[in-house]
Design a protein around this ligand. Structure first.
Ligand code: FMN
Length: 297
């Protein structure tokens, strides 16, 4: 609960205006020496909070003047178990629920503990491509996948930047073909065989991460099979997984569905994946940042 009260000037600091009409007696009070003088002040006011009469210090007593009852904000708020703060610069009195130190520390620890790994598979880092030259001109659109980091790699780098995460490139022991004709045979072939291509390296410190982003290019409407090797060869128990993907003319709906079902029960898969087509990669950063924010990063 946050309650902000603007007081017209510093003269009535510590008091909030109440609108109780009462008898006016003939005393006068100077609220602040150089500004306001309240006349006909009566201290004939009792303050009862939650059935208990408040005993307030001399300078915090409630009073009535000019048909208005002035009540001490601090006295009342603190009697209700609230915390009052006064910002003299902005002349703002703030009343808040007290912060539970233990809860605050726990929330801070939880925030700190969200170490992020951004694991991704990209064709560009899983094949050996000839350097583009005059004889071997790479088309900028279809060729983006053949130049490190590739489409998925670019998304991965932006995610690492946005989350403070570490990048991990999933690389298979055996390199993939470096041309479209052969990759379109090998990729779908591995899917049909339910292959588990061996990985060159595992993420040695996987236990240090709480959130694992997993990214891949859609191959034959599915994740490349090396993604399953990664999942099966790392202990992801208790972790949160976020899925992202680059695709071509299709989408990532099936890939997200089949991959989500592949994790052990004690893995939480964030229900909102991020996917973008090859033609949209260059302009995808703003959408990606908005998505990160939406899912809490
Ligand atoms: C073997 C293979 C199969 C593919 N199958 C699909 C597909 O089913 N649907 C689709 O939209 N894109 C498909 N694509 C296109 C890629 O998903 C797309 O070009 C993606 O942006 C490549 O990302 P990358 O640069 O990280 O490799 C396929 C690409 C390859 C190499």
């Amino acid at each position: 609960m946050k309650l902000k009260k603007w007081l017209s000037n510093g003269t009535v600091k510590g008091f909030v205006l109440g609108f109780i009409f009462a008898t006016i007696l003939s005393t006068a009070i100077v609220v602040a020496a150089n500004t306001t003088t309240l006349e006909n002040v009566s201290y004939d006011v009792n303050l009862v909070v939650n059935g208990v009469e408040l005993e307030l210090a001399e300078d915090m007593r409630p009073f009535i003047s000019g048909g208005r009852t002035y009540l001490p904000l601090r006295g009342i708020a603190e009697a209700l178990g609230l915390v009052v703060d006064w910002d003299n610069e902005t002349k703002t009195a703030t009343v808040d629920e007290p912060v539970d130190e233990e809860d605050a520390e726990e929330a801070e620890d939880a925030e700190e503990a969200r170490a992020v790994l951004v694991a991704y598979f990209s064709w560009a880092e899983n094949a050996v491509f000839p350097e583009p030259d005059e004889d071997n001109d790479i088309d900028t659109m279809t060729g983006a996948s053949q130049i490190v980091p590739g489409n998925t790699g670019r998304l991965a780098a932006w995610i690492a930047e946005g989350t403070g995460g570490e990048l991990f490139s999933i690389v298979t022991e055996e390199a993939y073909p470096n041309n479209w004709g052969d990759i379109f045979v090998v990729g779908p072939g591995e899917l049909a065989e339910e292959a588990r291509p061996a990985l060159k390296a595992l993420c040695e410190d996987i236990e240090d991460y709480d959130v694992i982003f997993i990214g891949f290019p859609v191959w034959a409407d599915n994740p490349p099979m090396a993604i399953y090797t990664f999942i099966e060869e790392h202990d992801l128990s208790g972790k949160t997984v976020v899925i992202f993907s680059a695709f071509g003319m299709g989408d990532m709906d099936n890939s997200f569905e089949v991959l989500s079902a592949a994790f052990p029960d004690d893995v939480t898969v964030i229900a909102v994946p991020f996917g973008v087509s090859s033609t949209g990669i260059a302009d995808a950063k703003d959408d990606l940042d908005a998505w990160l924010k939406e899912i809490g990063f």
